[in-house]
Design a protein around this ligand. Structure first.
Ligand SMILES: [Zn+2]
Ligand SMILES: [Zn+2]
Length: 297
């Protein structure tokens, strides 16, 4: 079943022509519990892996938190995303690649007290290892071990919210407030940045943006993808809950917790307090440096 974000309840570009040029295409991935195969784009599913390459491990020093590893042994990374070019042609695949793997070490790291992701761009034709069950390192929290999910990529349009240039935001703030007072629709929650795990568009910041600079060329990196805890929150569900997941009677908030969670947080991730991990890359540098930043409310 596809997942469809309802059309915005208001015409953002008619109301705020100033943001029209800042629109960006995003692909909401809409992960839902399933049994993805090794040749499917997936979240937390089996990866198509190259035989020539050992499975990656993390041997970082981890901070002591409730989510630190119980041993000092190297920790196998766990699959987070497998994205094929056929499903996500929007990804900036380097030449001769058509598959992106995102894995992470499922324990807190000094950087943001979240898992540390690693990216691998590949040619699917070189991946020849029969899939095995994803590793489940002892002691890792379910909050950092994604449930296997199938994806339902959906193309949407983002407008910046936290990423509005300061002078533009200052000029619009009053109109945003007036609109919310008159209609109940919040520019930030309901009309601007699409929520959920997604490729492209704007990061779903919950705090001031932090855009990393490329260590190679010094330019600001591009937003590659966002992995966050939920597809919507207690307010934003009014526009970001897919049509197909909308209860026939009542609202999503009336559903029993377990049922609601299968829609709002199918992968089972909890990054800080409903936070996100944002992945960035540099498309100027041929070795494609990447970086991540995380925040939460
Ligand atoms: Zn680690
Ligand atoms: Zn660069």
């Amino acid at each position: 079943m596809a997942r469809t974000t309802p059309p915005r309840p208001l015409d953002v570009e008619a109301l705020f022509p100033e943001v029209a040029d800042l629109r960006r295409d995003a692909v909401r991935l809409h992960p839902r519990i399933g049994a993805p195969g090794a040749r499917d784009s997936s979240l937390g599913g089996p990866l198509l892996w190259p035989r020539s390459e050992p499975w990656p491990h993390c041997d970082d020093d981890h901070p002591r938190t409730a989510l630190s590893p119980p041993t000092t042994d190297a920790i196998p990374l766990v699959p987070v995303l497998q994205l094929f070019a056929a499903d996500l042609p929007e990804l900036p695949f380097p030449p001769d690649t058509d598959l992106l793997h995102v894995l992470w070490c499922p324990f807190d790291h000094d950087a943001g007290y979240v898992p540390r992701p690693e990216l691998f761009w590949r040619a699917a034709a070189t991946c020849d290892v029969p899939p095995t069950e994803p590793p489940r390192p002892v002691g890792a929290s379910g909050h950092y071990l994604p449930n296997p999910c199938v994806l339902h990529p959906e193309r949407v349009t983002d407008y910046p919210s936290w990423d509005l240039p300061e002078d533009l935001f200052d000029g619009l703030r009053e109109r945003f407030e007036e609109l919310e007072e008159e209609t109940g629709w919040s520019y930030q929650s309901h009309l601007s940045v699409s929520e959920g795990i997604k490729v492209g568009g704007y990061p779903t910041w919950t705090q001031e943006p932090v855009w990393p600079d490329c260590p190679g060329c010094g330019h600001r990196m591009d937003h590659l993808l966002t992995i966050n805890s939920g597809e919507f929150d207690g307010a934003s569900w009014r526009t970001w809950l897919p049509v197909e997941d909308t209860p026939v009677t009542g609202t999503i908030r009336d559903l029993p917790y377990e049922e609601r969670t299968l829609i709002q947080r199918a992968p089972g991730l909890m990054l800080g307090d409903m936070g996100g991990i944002y992945l960035f890359d540099c498309r100027r540098c041929p070795d494609r440096p990447y970086a991540h930043h995380s925040d939460c409310s």
